[in-house]
Design a protein around this ligand. Structure first.
Ligand code: ADP
Length: 480
């Protein structure tokens, strides 16, 4: 059965990225489109940084008027083809020609506009999707509007929760300011008296997915549900967890142009990368010293409070540690001062740097990810691609992808700890240090790491199955 799917998202590699969402929206359509009966396209806002880098490739398609409450805004639609995927971009100077991607006082309004523009573009584009697939809160209203105004007959909707913590909440007076929808639809968009974009997507979607089976269970609980857990009581038959894959062509240490020495399994080459990085970042050069790396948004979710509590103690061991990250002032400040205190052992690089990230994945012995919660987590999967051993907390996708090393039966591809507790974390780090210095056990662990495979293949099949089940309901309805 042929299928046309439109991904609606706020970021997508290689155009614009702040985190794992961009990796997923960048790679999944490419994999799905390998099936010749499938045409997955992606629609994104045209941010300033995309214009800067891709201007020469963008082709203007048309212009439309988009109603945001009582205002009418113009939107230009552009397109381009890249790696077998057709992309559309919505341009509006006022909302999107700004530095960076998020963090503006009117982010809510910006994505109300974006979602409204997506829906209105469907009547002018020559692509009529069978399925509109929205990603995270920024696309929640596109899913909701698709149900409310039905811009394409029989179009089905899927909504994927990549992180339920960020919901896109807009004060209630925003309803009159931003929408022209009939009052009976307000209830589907509001939550606790506020407009909630994430809730709108969950409420209206035909199927809801999230990015790991464990997180699909966790978000039904008060602890992980961020105030929305009760929504899933009604929708649990429509909620499915599909683990993310990684783009194994892009994150490939054999071909990655950013790293010093390319390799597949060679530890010797990995050590060359380590030495090169030590030199570059001013750490003592010693290929035998265990190197722990973190590449992360510096926010509470990523376990930074645990890191704060035990880092100095762990650094008393003969190790090196590198943090690459950007985020909350509290944690940036901590990383900066911890590096000042531990000059020969810790480097904190505060910024977002794709090339350096890859050099860290390639050089590290261990990848540290003690998240408080983690819907899927791509970083630990990328680390495994680069044969770097993950150390994680057992939550969400981390639990589904990292199995703790068991020295008795020789199983496991990493280290993990259960509770969100700094000393459990320290124990896991200490244990990893011991295994590193035990050649037999270390080599058993590395063999398991080498065998880990998180390509998109199986997960893409799961999405295909989900789309087909939705389209069957359309066919059956037509036949009834
Ligand atoms: P999240 O999406 O919650 O931030 P993920 O683990 O799913 O976490 O994905 C994070 C992605 O962003 C990975 O590709 C990771 O390498 C990348 N990343 C995070 N912080 C940085 C940084 N400071 N510089 C470069 N890449 C980063």
């Amino acid at each position: 059965m042929g299928k046309k799917v439109l991904f609606v998202a706020s970021e997508c590699s290689p155009f614009v990225k702040t985190g794992g969402l961009a990796d997923v929206v960048g790679s999944l359509p490419q994999v799905l489109n390998k099936n010749e009966n499938t045409d997955v396209r992606v629609i994104l806002p045209l941010y300033e940084e995309i214009i800067t880098k891709w201007q020469g490739y963008l082709e203007w398609v048309t212009s439309i008027h988009v109603n945001v409450g009582w205002r009418s805004q113009e939107a230009n639609i552009y397109e381009l083809n890249h790696n077998g995927v057709h992309y559309y971009f919505i341009e509006n100077d006022y909302y999107f020609t700004r530095k960076g991607v998020y963090g503006y006082y009117d982010d809510g309004e910006r994505f109300v506009f974006f979602c409204q523009a997506v829906i209105e573009s469907l009547s002018v584009l020559d692509f009529k999707p069978d399925i509109l697939h929205g990603h995270d809160w920024q696309a929640g209203l596109a899913v909701a509007f698709a149900k409310i105004v039905e811009p394409v007959e029989n179009m089905k909707t899927v909504f994927t929760i990549h992180n339920i913590k960020y919901q896109g909440i807009i004060p209630k007076d925003g309803f009159d300011e931003l929408f022209n929808i009939p009052p009976e639809h307000i209830g589907g968009l509001e939550w606790n008296g506020l407009l909630n974009c994430m809730k709108s997507g969950i409420f209206h979607a035909d199927k809801i997915t999230t990015v790991s089976p464990t997180y699909a269970e966790e978000i039904k609980t008060i602890y992980y549900g961020e105030g929305l857990h009760s929504l899933f009581a009604d929708r649990q038959n429509d909620l499915v967890g599909i683990i993310n894959g990684v783009d194994v062509d892009d994150y490939n240490p054999k071909t990655d142009p950013h790293i010093h020495a390319n390799y597949i399994y060679s530890r010797a080459k990995k050590k060359e990368n380590k030495e090169n990085l030590q030199k570059k970042l001013g750490l003592p050069i010693d290929a035998e010293k265990p190197l722990y790396v973190m590449i992360t948004r510096l926010v509470e979710q990523k376990g930074l409070h645990l890191v704060q509590t035990i880092l100095d103690e762990f650094l008393q061991k003969d190790v090196q540690f590198i943090v690459l990250g950007t985020g909350d002032f509290e944690f940036e400040n901590f990383c900066y001062h911890a590096a000042e205190r531990n000059k020969d052992k810790l480097v904190s690089y505060l910024g977002f740097d794709e090339a350096l990230a890859r050099q860290l994945y390639a050089a590290g012995d261990f990848f540290v990810m003690p998240s408080q919660f983690e819907p899927c987590g791509l970083s630990q999967l990328i680390a495994l691609q680069y044969k770097t051993v993950p150390i994680v907390r057992e939550t969400g996708g981390l639990k589904d992808t990292v199995t703790p090393f068991n020295e008795v039966d020789g199983t496991g591809n990493g280290f993990s700890f259960e509770n969100y507790n700094a000393h459990e974390f320290l124990n896991a780090l200490t244990y990893s240090f011991e295994i590193y210095h035990d050649p037999d056990k270390w080599s058993t662990l590395l063999k398991n790491v080498n065998k880990s495979n998180f390509s998109w293949k199986e997960s893409a099949n799961a999405y295909t199955g989900l789309y087909e089940s939705l389209l069957e309901t359309v066919v059956n309805k037509g036949q009834a």
